[in-house]
Design a protein around this ligand. Structure first.
Ligand SMILES: NC(=O)C1=CN([C@@H]2O[C@H](COP(=O)(O)OP(=O)(O)OC[C@H]3O[C@@H](n4cnc5c(N)ncnc54)[C@H](OP(=O)(O)O)[C@@H]3O)[C@@H](O)[C@H]2O)C=CC1
Ligand SMILES: Cc1cn([C@H]2C[C@H](O)[C@@H](COP(=O)(O)OP(=O)(O)O[C@H]3O[C@@H](C)C(=O)[C@@H](O)[C@H]3O)O2)c(=O)[nH]c1=O
Length: 299
């Protein structure tokens, strides 16, 4: 740690929907160095370039790393697998190597899309991943790079993230409700919508305890499922967004096969969060509760 004992937190991907929330939440934990592709609020980094990742670590000498950057365009990844792997896999392996060399904690996020969805009960951390698409495969590579390294890492697998900015289902639906009187939405994929602010806040609470020495990384490091509570389909999520937004749009159920997206998606990717809740003693609210708070924030 630095002389002032204020930890230097390297936040990678500070312009993304989770990263943007983390910028504020992590300010209570230490000095946030906000690195992004554009370099608008701090250092610039291009995770597709290994040299750029090394230079970022050389230039910032962090005490803690939080990686909220990723290649998240699920459909586009099918035609850009090398780029997706460079960002979601190779760059994370470099972060793992650099964090291991400094012995500093890393927080990283992964996805429910590492699972095939061929089940009817919430996935646990030790269930076998079997991604159906390139995005899921590359995110799994990133998880494994960290878990196979000596870096003290917390990997938070989350799902269906939405928030007040960025590319997400909630903002897409609100735009489409204004533009169209009728929408078709898949009703055969089940998961748990999770507010980006909830993720940022639980991350900050946990890191605060780590830097204060209340939580021992050697004891808690590993993989955790972190989503809101409950489960829904994209159609029911869209209905909840519509009803809480006082929008007027007819929503029609369709099968995934009729949506014709380039990437396959899991039919059921609800995550069992009990390991997270018992380890950290944190409660995760029902998805509808968080949705109402997020929509209130948007108003
Ligand atoms: N969104 C979701 O539904 C879910 C996300 N996750 C995971 O949560 C984490 C945060 O996701 P989320 O905030 O939603 O993602 P976003 O897509 O909102 O943000 C990702 C950020 O990464 C940046 N980025 C992309 N490519 C590069 C690059 N080559 N170099 C540097 N930065 C880059 C993007 O920059 P730019 O915008 O300028 O391209 C963007 O700011 C990720 O690990 C993601 O896999 C897990 C489950 C669900
Ligand atoms: C816009 C739209 C989408 N859909 C469907 C397509 C898809 O199956 C589902 C969600 O679409 P999206 O493209 O918003 O989301 P998608 O890319 O599937 O979201 C995923 O993103 C990655 C990053 C993750 O890690 C996952 O947890 C998950 O959140 O809704 C409709 O049925 N009708 C529509 O009008």
């Amino acid at each position: 740690m630095t002389n002032s004992n204020v930890p230097r937190i390297l936040l990678i991907g500070s312009d993304g929907q989770v990263g943007w929330e983390l910028r504020r939440s992590l300010a209570t934990v230490g000095q946030v160095i906000a690195a992004s592709l554009t370099g608008q609020e701090g250092p610039a980094v291009d995770l597709s370039q290994p040299d750029s990742v090394h230079q970022l670590f050389d230039a910032t000498a962090p005490d803690v790393v939080v990686n909220a950057a990723a290649y998240t365009a699920v459909d586009r990844a099918e035609t850009e697998p090398e780029l997706a792997l460079a960002i979601n896999g190779t760059a994370v392996a470099i972060m793992a190597e650099r964090a291991a060399a400094r012995g500093i904690p890393v927080v990283h996020y992964s996805t429910d899309f590492v699972f095939s969805g061929d089940t009817d009960h919430p996935y646990r951390e030790d269930d076998e991943p079997q991604p159906l698409n390139v995005y899921g495969q590359t995110k799994l590579a990133g998880e494994r790079a960290l878990l196979d390294s000596d870096a003290p890492a917390l990997i938070f697998r989350t799902a269906w993230v939405y928030g007040v900015r960025g590319n997400n289902f909630l903002l897409t639906m609100r735009r489409l409700f204004r533009e169209q009187s009728e929408l078709r939405v898949v009703n055969d994929q089940f998961g748990t919508p999770t507010w980006s602010r909830l993720l940022a806040e639980v991350t900050a609470q946990i890191l605060y305890r780590v830097v204060q020495g209340e939580l021992d990384m050697a004891r808690v490091q590993g993989l955790y499922h972190v989503t809101s509570a409950g489960a829904t389909s994209w159609l029911s999520f869209a209905e909840a967004i519509r009803d809480l937004s006082d929008a007027d749009c007819r929503l029609l159920p369709i099968a995934s096969a009729d949506y014709q997206a380039p990437a396959r998606r899991p039919a059921y990717s609800v995550l069992d969060t009990s390991r997270f809740r018992t380890t950290f003693g944190l409660t995760l609210p029902d998805w509808r509760h968080s949705l109402a708070l997020c929509l209130a924030d948007l108003r």
